[in-house]
Design a binder for this molecule. Structure first.
Ligand SMILES: [Zn+2]
Length: 415
């Protein structure tokens, strides 16, 4: 029987950071049937709920679990293609695709495990045709697989979109309660405008979110604008490269941008005007700064996007462009890159990701009614910037336990 089906449990720590309310000393959450029933003082909750099992971590801090808004599970740690330029890296990746088939499942299992041991509770995964769904579903994480499709492998736009939507529906059958399958329009250089438009339209009609990569690299900007450069060398100009506009404008023109859309990266060539388009269309962004750094993709204007009211979450991307699946470590990198406070960073890693994915009513903070998704971090959270202390500890192996929907899926303390 999963623990979430058993009796009530109180998870408590020296410090509890609900994010949606101020930190609590000796704070606790009462969990019933996987959801948070109450948040408060350990002594009070214990007295009011004498039947609850108490799991108290005195010298630790409990925070909401990390929400990874953009990841790929299917890359293993070794053999990554060289970084430096996006198109050079992508060329290396494409060359290795045949051998990758042999170890994708194992890599996906390892990546998911690494994410869990770093305090991740929800993960948005993108993989070709949703190939990493089995490993996400069996990991204990909550999450979504976004099935990427490559229309030239399938057929005309209508046929390709019908296929991938049917595929996502098929994948969605018989999954754990909090795992689902959706569609991804991979990128402006791999998916033609008509297939992109149709996929966005039909998934939106069903109320599905849609994952895309957008404005990631200098080569993508050049491809969309002029139909030339490193990506055109790989894919050809594909008839649609050379639209004469920025990737963001192009994506808007083909109706890809809407509140259901989560755009990963937005790292290169995002102008003030583009930010305005992103704000007006209501899209969400997944910020993957370590991948952008590794691939020579520039710095996403995240502070300006947040200022403009754009929802931003954090993403690790995959192990071939990023050093780890640790979302808190990714966030610490962003905090340093943008000069943010620890509190702003911790919010990005948790509530920010949940908002970006449209699941903030379900997870992202420790509040009554939400799933009990939390991480127990080895830090007393004292000093000038306690939230930064949490990020630093979690970034360097300090996550002691991870709880998803009330189930303890990782616990190195054994209590
Ligand atoms: Zn990606």
């Amino acid at each position: 029987m999963p623990e979430s089906q058993a009796g009530p449990v109180i998870f408590a720590a020296g410090t509890l950071m609900p994010i949606s309310s101020p930190p609590l000393h000796d704070g606790a959450v009462l969990v019933r049937r996987g959801r948070i029933a109450a948040v408060g003082d350990l002594t009070d909750l214990g007295r009011e709920n004498p039947d609850a099992e108490v799991r108290f971590f005195p010298n630790y801090t409990i925070v909401p679990g990390a929400v990874n808004a953009h990841a790929h599970l299917g890359f293993r740690r070794k053999d990554a293609p060289e970084g430096g330029t996006f198109s050079g890296w992508l060329r290396g990746l494409i060359e290795r695709l045949p051998e990758k088939e042999a170890w994708t499942a194992e890599a996906a299992r390892d990546s998911a495990r690494e994410a869990i041991e770093a305090g991740t509770t929800y993960l948005a995964e993108s993989s070709p045709y949703g190939e990493c769904l089995p490993q996400l579903a069996e990991s204990g994480l909550a999450g979504t697989v976004y099935a990427e499709f490559f229309p030239h492998e399938i057929g005309a736009p209508e046929e390709a979109v019908e296929f991938i939507v049917g595929k996502a529906r098929e994948l969605g059958k018989g999954l754990p309660e909090r795992v689902d399958a959706r569609v991804s329009v991979h990128s402006p250089y791999t998916v033609d405008p008509e297939s992109s438009r149709l996929a966005a339209r039909s998934t939106r009609e069903m109320g599905w979110t849609l994952a895309i990569h957008l404005s990631e690299s200098p080569e993508e900007v050049e491809f969309v604008k002029s139909g030339t450069g490193g990506l055109a060398d790989i894919f050809g100009s594909n008839e649609w490269g050379g639209a004469g506009v920025s990737p963001v404008r192009y994506a808007r023109d083909i109706e890809l941008l809407a509140p259901e859309t989560i755009a990963a990266h937005l790292a290169t060539g995002v102008s003030e005007e583009d930010i305005e388009i992103l704000a007006q269309t209501g899209i969400a962004a997944a910020h993957c700064p370590r991948s952008n750094d590794f691939l020579g993709c520039g710095v996403s204007p995240v502070p300006a996007m947040i200022e403009r009211g754009i929802r931003v979450g954090m993403g690790t991307d995959g192990l071939w462009s990023s050093p780890s699946m640790n979302l808190f470590e990714e966030t610490l990198f962003a905090v340093e890159l943008h000069g943010m406070s620890g509190a702003a960073g911790l919010e990005l890693a948790t509530l920010g990701g949940a908002r970006a994915l449209g699941i903030e009513a379900e997870t992202g903070t420790l509040g009554a009614g939400k799933w009990a998704d939390l991480a127990v971090v080895e830090t007393s959270a004292e000093g000038g910037d306690p939230e930064r202390g949490v990020l630093e500890a979690a970034a360097s192996g300090g996550v002691a336990a991870t709880v998803v929907g009330g189930n303890v899926i990782y616990n190195r303390l054994g209590r």
